[in-house]
Design a protein around this ligand. Structure first.
Ligand SMILES: [Fe+2]
Ligand SMILES: [Fe+2]
Length: 137
């Protein structure tokens, strides 16, 4: 399959998006103390973006002739708000790298529409990472 590298990459990204949805939902529930006032809402608000990314990737994998994964990457559970933010930042930075690489693959394959969509996702994940970094600073 000509698009195998791309489909595999998109599937790995899909597993990461499922991980992000679970991670944000889990941390929104788990955060306690005064941090709950701010962080529960912050975590919850990220879920919509990650779900949108997952839906896009899932549709695209099917359109390219692949089969979308139903397996998330693992999520580390923690009750420590700072650790939650550190893990979120790690995941968001990883997502920026991942979508940057996938956008380059799409460009090489001459798939302009996919390239632009993936670059939009680089922008989304960069915004998520920046917000998280500010919360940690
Ligand atoms: Fe995402
Ligand atoms: Fe994100």
């Amino acid at each position: 399959m000509a698009n195998k590298e791309l489909i595999d990459g998109l599937n790995h990204a899909l597993a990461s998006e499922f991980q992000a949805v679970i991670q944000y939902l889990h941390y929104a529930s788990m955060v306690k103390g005064l941090d709950r006032l701010t962080l529960a809402k912050f975590f919850e608000e990220e879920i919509a973006d990650e779900l949108k990314h997952a839906r896009f990737l899932s549709d695209k994998i099917v359109a390219l002739g692949g089969k979308p994964t139903v397996q998330p990457l693992p999520v580390e559970s923690t009750a420590d708000p700072r650790r939650m933010l550190e893990l979120v930042l790690q995941a968001e930075e990883q997502a920026v790298k991942q979508y940057t690489g996938l956008a380059q693959l799409a460009e090489k394959a001459g798939m302009k529409g996919l390239q632009v969509a993936l670059e939009d996702m680089v922008a989304d994940e960069t915004r998520h990472a920046e917000e998280t970094r500010l919360l940690l600073s």
